[in-house]
Design a protein around this ligand. Structure first.
Ligand code: SAH
Length: 456
C-alpha cells in the first residue's frame, strides 16, 4: 500500500475556506479532506494562510489575510498568549464553549442524552480577573512585565493594559515594576538561574476593596523592600497587604514555600453573597468573583441540602463552597491539600459564625477512604478538583459512600467527562450539566454537574 502524503507542503501559501472551530478556538480548513488548524481564523471565512507545520494526519497554518470576513470577527490587539478568543464575538465564544462541553460528554463519556444548558455568561466579559501573576524580565536594561508567549517562556511585553484584568491591578504591577527598575533590582533569568525578581502577584477582593501584593524573588532577600512598600502605599491606598515570597527552585510553579510578611495584614478579605472570606497568599480563590457567585448558586441549587444532611466538600480551598453548604446542612466536612488554605477555611468558619464544619488537611483521595472507614456517611458530596480531575481512589471512595447526590464542579470538561463515566458505571446518573463562563476571551470553561444515585 502506498503511503498517503499530505496534500500541502510546509511554507506553502494557500487560500481556503474555514469550516469549523476546535476546542482551543482554532479555525479548521481542509485541503482534499486533510485538516489544517489555523489560530485566529473563524468558520465561514475565506482566508489566505501559510502552512507552518505538516503532520501525517493534520497540519497547522498561520493566518495571513482574511478575504471574506466572518460577522463574528472582532478587531482586537493580540498582545499575548493569555486570551485565545479575543478575535471572536462573545456570542460565538459561548456557542463554542457550549459545543465543547456537549462534544466531550458525548465522545468521552457517551452521555449524549444529558442536558447541557447554555453557559452562564457575563454581561461585560472584560476586566474580570482579580488575580494576576506577572513574570518579570529585562529589556534594554529596564524591567519588563508581560505574559509568556504561547508554548514558550519568552515574555511578551504588554504595552497596553490587559483587557481582562481589573485595571487597578494593572496599575499596581506598573508601580512595582517601575520602582524595582529604578532601584536597580534585577530580573530573574530562567536560563542562567541568576537574578532576583521572578513574579509580581496581585490579588484584589471585589466586594471588599482589599488588595494583596506578593513580590516573588529567587533570592532570600528582597533588596530595597521598604522602598518598594513605600512606593506601593503611596500610589495604591487600597493595598492592605504586602508579602514577599521566596522561590529558589528551577520551576514553573510561581510561589515558593516561604512567604514573609512585609507590611499590612497577611490576608485580604472578600465577600461572596452574605459570607466573608479571608484569603492568604498561598490559598486558591476563584479569579472571577462576579461569576463565582453564579457558580456557587448553581452548586448549591444542585446540592439541594436539607437540614439533616451530612455533606463533604472535597478540594475545598478556603472553605468557600463548604460554608455556603454549612448554612443549610447539619454538618459539612471539607478536605484540602494546602495547609494554609485549611487554616483560612477554619478562620472563615469562625468569621461567619458557622460551627458545623470540620476541615482536614490532606489529599482528597487519601482522606475520603479514611472517612469511609471511620463510618462517615455523607448524603451529598461536592467535588471541585483542579484541571487533572479526580483521582481514581477518590472516585471509588465516592461510589462506596453511596451519597444521594454528587455535585461535580470542574474547570476541565475532558477530565469531567472521564470521571462522569466512572461515576455512571459506579451507579450514579448524570442529570444535567451547567457550564459557567468564568474565563471569557479564553478557551477555558467551567461546569457544574449534578449526579443522582440510581435506586434499584
Ligand atoms: N472549591 C474551592 C477550591 C477549588 S480549586 C473554591 O471554589 O474556591 C481546587 C483546590 O483543590 C485547590 O485549593 C487545591 O489546592 C486543592 N487540591 C489540589 N489537589 C488536591 C488533592 N489531591 N486533594 C485535596 N485538595 C487538592
Amino acid at each position: 500500500m502506498s503511503k498517503k502524503l499530505a496534500p500541502v507542503k510546509k511554507n506553502e501559501t494557500i487560500t481556503l475556506k474555514i469550516e469549523d472551530l476546535t476546542h482551543e478556538g482554532n479555525g479548521v480548513g481542509k485541503v482534499n479532506g486533510y485538516p489544517i488548524f489555523i489560530p485566529k481564523a473563524l468558520p465561514n471565512e475565506q482566508a489566505v494562510i501559510k502552512v507552518v507545520k505538516v503532520n501525517k494526519n493534520f497540519g497547522y497554518g498561520k493566518l495571513l489575510e482574511v478575504i471574506q470576513r466572518s460577522p463574528h470577527r472582532i478587531d482586537a490587539d493580540h498582545q499575548c498568549g493569555g486570551c485565545q478568543l479575543q478575535h471572536m464575538s462573545y456570542e460565538l465564544e459561548l456557542q463554542m464553549k457550549h459545543n465543547q462541553v456537549k462534544n466531550v460528554l458525548k465522545k468521552i463519556a457517551h452521555l449524549d442524552h444529558v442536558p447541557v444548558h447554555e453557559p452562564i455568561s457575563m454581561e461585560h466579559p472584560w476586566h474580570y480577573r482579580h488575580k494576576v501573576q506577572m513574570p518579570v524580565g529585562e529589556k534594554n536594561g529596564r524591567l519588563v512585565t508581560g505574559f509568556y508567549q504561547p508554548r514558550s517562556h519568552r515574555i511578551i511585553e504588554t504595552e497596553k493594559p490587559c483587557t481582562i484584568q481589573d485595571p487597578a491591578i494593572n496599575a499596581i504591577i506598573e508601580t512595582v515594576r517601575g520602582a524595582s527598575s529604578d532601584l536597580g533590582i534585577q530580573a530573574y533569568n530562567e536560563k542562567t538561574h541568576q537574578g532576583t525578581l521572578r513574579h509580581i502577584v496581585v490579588r484584589a477582593g471585589r466586594n471588599i476593596r482589599e488588595t494583596m501584593v506578593i513580590i516573588v524573588t529567587k533570592t532570600k532577600k528582597l533588596p530595597y523592600a521598604q522602598d518598594l512598600v513605600q512606593a506601593i502605599k503611596k500610589h495604591h491606598p487600597h493595598v492592605t497587604s504586602i508579602m514577599h515570597n521566596i522561590n529558589p527552585e528551577r520551576t514553573n510553579v510561581i510561589l515558593g514555600k516561604e512567604t514573609n510578611h512585609l507590611w499590612g495584614a497577611s490576608y485580604i478579605h472578600d465577600k461572596i453573597g452574605d459570607l466573608t472570606f479571608a484569603i492568604s497568599a498561598k490559598s486558591f480563590y476563584q479569579v472571577n468573583p462576579e461569576q463565582t457567585e453564579k457558580l456557587y448558586d448553581i452548586t448549591l441549587q444542585y446540592a439541594n441540602i436539607g437540614a439533616n444532611d451530612i455533606v463533604i466538600d472535597a478540594y475545598c480551598g478556603i472553605g468557600t463552597i463548604s460554608l455556603f453548604l454549612a448554612q443549610k446542612a447539619k454538618k459539612v466536612y471539607g478536605v484540602e491539600v494546602v495547609p494554609e488554605a485549611v487554616s483560612d477555611a477554619k478562620k472563615n468558619a469562625r468569621l461567619n459564625g458557622l460551627a458545623n464544619v470540620e476541615f482536614v488537611v490532606g489529599t482528597a483521595e487519601k482522606v475520603m477512604p479514611w472517612w469511609t472507614v471511620q463510618g462517615l456517611k455523607p448524603d451529598v458530596i461536592v467535588v471541585d478538583p483542579p484541571r487533572k480531575g479526580c483521582d481514581e481512589a477518590l472516585l471509588q471512595a465516592m461510589i462506596n459512600m453511596q451519597p444521594k447526590r454528587i455535585v461535580y464542579v470542574s474547570c476541565n470538561p475532558s477530565t469531567l467527562a472521564r470521571d462522569l463515566r466512572i461515576l455512571e458505571d459506579g451507579g450514579f446518573k448524570t442529570e444535567e450539566v451547567q457550564p459557567v463562563d468564568m474565563f471569557p476571551q479564553t478557551y477555558h470553561v467551567e461546569c457544574v454537574s449534578l449526579l443522582q444515585r440510581e435506586t434499584i
